[in-house]
Each structure stands twice: as structure tokens, then as C-alpha cells.
Design a protein around this ligand. Structure first.
Ligand code: COA
Length: 220
């Protein structure tokens, strides 16, 4: 599905302000990741190119780093072969330790956003280079760690709609903040998402260091 075809299929201008301005926009179907979607999730990672500058045999990642079980410890978050990562991803999705949302177009997955709560070890790791404050016990934070939008669906609003859904569900679930970790100067591809997108979605910079930002959207 090429970009031109996606544009031709864009939502009616009356539906969306972005489309009304003549900008690319698709109305994606956003679904919360659930155990029953684990195989579809893995197939999306099997087929979608990412980290183009890396050797192909290092791919794909299956986004297994960001999860909230205690098997993540130091370098142990990564598994050396594609088969191991795939098998673990299916297991982690099944167990609910990997959380996030999928963007569908035409019944197919075209985007993924990892938004996992209580990813304690992952956040500890990020603190070594991001100025993430210590969370107090009474504050509930959901973190957006990673995206993967298929190349043919990029710049159509998928990541924006994924973020909007993360925030809506986090508010419904009683979270205080959604937090994310973009670079100040976005250079594609950066799986943490562009700062501008977060700003447009109502996030503000809560801290920055060495070109990296912590952005937050307050939900309460
Ligand atoms: C970064 C990424 C998540 C953006 O997703 P997207 O669905 O294309 O983003 P959106 O269409 O919602 O764009 C929202 C805003 O973000 C900014 N943005 C998005 N892509 C951008 C780019 N390539 N350069 C600069 N800004 C960009 C813009 O401000 C954009 O708004 P605009 O189009 O109105 O100007 C997507 O390009 C991606 O997944 N890239 C690959 C990341 C990767 O390698 N993941 C592998 C797993 S590690």
C-alpha cells in the first residue's frame, strides 16, 4: 500500500481538521494490545522494516525491551536471535508484561506504540541518560517507550492517534501522567517519537539534558 494510495483513501475533509487543511491524515483503527493479538503483533514485526541502518540479521526487535516483568536485568533484556525475541514477544504479550496499542488500516496492523506502566527496570535504565525524576509512590505514571509505524503509513497521523489513545485510556485508568522521552532535535528514524508530536498532543517538557527531553501530559 503506497503513500499515494493512502492519501487517496484519506478521511473526508469534513471529518478531520488536518485533512481539511489538505494535509495527510488517515483515520486509523486503534486497538489495545491483548493476548489474543500476540501472533498478529509478531507478524507485524516480522514484516516491517525498521532500524534500516543496522545489519538485517539483527532484526527485528519485537520491542521486547520495554516490559514490566522482573526478567529484565541489565543486558538480559535482549535475546540474541530473532527466533528467541519473537518467541519471547509472544510470551510477554500473552502475560501482559508488554503493553501498548496497535494502529490498523484496512484490517492490517500498520503501527505500534509501546506504552507500558510499571516498567521499573526500563525506566531505571533510561535514568542513566534522561533526567527522569524519581516517582513518588502515590503518583501513577504511564510511559511511552517506543513506536514503529510502517513506512507506507508514516506522516498520516498514526503515531498521533496512538498517543491520543494512550492518554485517553491512562486518564480513564486513573494515571496521573503520561510520560515520554523524545530528543529535542528530532532526527528520523527515532523510535521514541518526535517532540513536536508530543507538544501537539498537549505534553510539556518537564526536564531536559544533553538534547534529550522528558515530556509529560498531566491527566488529573
Ligand atoms: C517517528 C514515527 C513514530 C512518527 O509516526 P507517524 O505516524 O509518521 O507520525 P504522525 O503522522 O502522527 O506525525 C505527528 C507529528 O510528528 C512530527 N513528525 C513525524 N514524523 C516526522 C519526521 N520524519 N520528521 C520530523 N517530524 C516528524 C510532525 O510534527 C508530525 O506532524 P505533521 O505531520 O502535522 O507535521 C514514525 O515515523 C516511525 O515509526 N518511525 C520509525 C521508528 C523506528 O525505527 N522504530 C523501530 C522500532 S525501534
Amino acid at each position: 500500500m503506497g503513500t499515494v494510495r493512502l492519501c487517496q483513501l484519506a478521511a473526508a475533509p469534513s471529518v478531520c481538521p488536518r485533512a481539511a487543511r489538505g494535509e495527510n491524515f488517515m483515520d486509523f483503527d486503534i486497538k489495545k494490545l491483548a493476548p489474543g493479538l500476540a501472533e498478529d503483533y509478531a507478524r507485524f514485526f516480522d514484516a516491517t522494516p525498521h532500524w534500516d541502518s543496522e545489519p538485517r540479521d539483527e532484526l527485528p526487535c519485537y520491542c521486547i525491551t520495554w516490559r514490566n516483568d522482573d526478567t529484565y536485568a541489565g543486558n538480559d533484556h535482549w535475546y540474541p536471535t530473532r527466533e528467541e525475541r519473537r518467541e519471547r514477544a509472544i510470551r510477554f504479550v500473552g502475560a501482559g508484561s508488554m503493553q501498548g496499542y496497535l494502529a490498523y488500516w484496512g484490517g492490517k496492523i500498520v503501527g505500534w506504540c509501546n506504552a507500558t506502566a510499571d516498567c521499573r527496570l526500563g525506566v531505571e535504565h533510561l535514568r542513566s541518560y534522561y533526567p527522569i525524576e524519581d516517582y513518588s509512590a502515590d503518583v501513577k505514571v504511564k510511559s511511552i517507550f517506543c513506536f514503529m509505524v510502517a513506512p507506507q503509513a508514516q506522516r498520516m497521523g498514526a503515531a498521533t492517534q496512538l498517543v491520543e489513545r494512550v492518554c485517553k485510556d491512562a486518564a480513564d485508568d486513573g494515571f496521573d501522567y503520561v510520560e515520554a522521552y523524545p530528543s529535542i532535535e528530532y532526527v528520523a528514524p527515532d523510535c521514541k517519537g518526535p517532540l513536536q508530536m508530543y507538544i501537539k498532543c498537549g505534553f510539556t517538557i518537564s526536564a531536559e539534558r544533553d538534547g534529550l527531553a522528558v515530556v509529560r501530559k498531566k491527566l488529573k
